[in-house]
Design a protein around this ligand. Structure first.
Ligand SMILES: Nc1ncnc2c1ncn2[C@@H]1O[C@H](COP(=O)(O)OP(=O)(O)OP(=O)(O)O)[C@@H](O)[C@H]1O
Ligand SMILES: [Mg+2]
Length: 263
């Protein structure tokens, strides 16, 4: 596995007045090129902080963070980031929100025709055809998530970081979107880092699952998920082996959950 992202012995402390919050402690982990990596861990253990570091939105306190073998200095323009908070622009339509990265230049500088084509393809892929002219306030929660997904995929990033993208959705819709995500990811060779609280979701999607401890977040366990692909999130929990993965990951997570819930 060639690593695309490498976290070497990373610690991060936040300062709030006189208070110090130790968010991450000596985190060493790799994300393989083309891998789908899921990160689970109790609330407040530093999962979003890890993604913020990978996106270059903040710097590690100590330790080294490499992207394709080079230290990351500044914003990482190779990644798309679906943050935990929905950040669609309310004054732009679905179509204009999704097209946003295409107007930002860099590698996304495309001809008008190609832009239009890519945009239409992405909108169709996430099932938002017919809603191009709607504003975010006119969409359901799931549709907003789809719009965010389309916006992240439209400039074909090498790495997609997703922070609990389906967290607030009902169980049924979550499965539909997981299936859509797998369908769009499988075979692309793109790297996906997916933060979730849901172990079943992590096992259904991922090549590997990392379990983090409660704050300060450390890597507590790593599990390689050998379930065959293509996977079907609707039925995968009944596959042989799924239960064992779940038990092992749950026992790693369980001890930290109570502590973490007070974070
Ligand atoms: N910009 C910041 N300034 C100060 N403290 C911060 C900042 N960002 C995160 N923290 C603190 O660092 C810790 C880790 O936060 P983080 O958002 O990474 O947790 P998380 O694992 O994503 O939690 P959740 O599952 O609830 O989203 C928390 O205690 C949080 O309060
Ligand atoms: Mg978070």
């Amino acid at each position: 596995m060639t690593p695309i992202l490498e976290f070497h012995d990373i610690s991060k402390v936040f300062f709030k007045g006189s208070q110090q919050i130790h968010a991450l402690s000596q985190v060493t982990a790799e994300v393989g090129d083309g891998e789908l990596l899921a990160i689970v861990g109790p609330s407040g253990c530093g999962k979003s902080t890890l993604l913020n570091l990978a996106a270059g939105l903040m710097k590690p306190g100590t330790g080294r963070l490499l992207y394709r073998g080079h230290p990351l200095t500044g914003v990482n323009t190779e990644v798309a980031y679906i943050t935990q908070k929905d950040n669609l622009l309310p004054w732009r339509t679905v179509e204009d929100n999704i097209a946003l990265p295409l107007g930002l230049g860099g590698r996304a500088r495309l001809g008008k025709h190609e832009r239009r084509e890519r945009l239409a393809r992405q909108i169709e892929l996430v099932g938002l055809s017919g809603f191009e002219k709607h504003y975010p306030s006119e969409l359901s929660g799931g549709m907003r998530k789809r719009a965010q997904l389309a916006r992240s995929l439209v400039y074909e990033p090498d790495v997609l970081l997703m922070d609990e993208p389906f967290g607030a959705l009902d169980a049924q819709l979550k499965l539909v979107l997981q299936a859509e995500l797998l369908r769009t990811w499988e075979g692309t060779g793109k790297t996906l880092v997916f933060v979730t609280h849901d172990l079943t979701e992590a096992i259904s999607l991922a090549d590997r699952v990392i379990v983090m401890s409660s704050r300060p977040g450390r890597i507590k366990a790593v599990e390689r998920i050998e379930l065959p692909r293509p996977r079907d999130p609707f039925t995968i929990r009944f596959e042989p082996g799924f239960g064992e993965y779940f038990d092992r990951l749950w026992s790693a997570l369980r001890e930290d959950i109570h502590q973490g819930s007070e974070a």
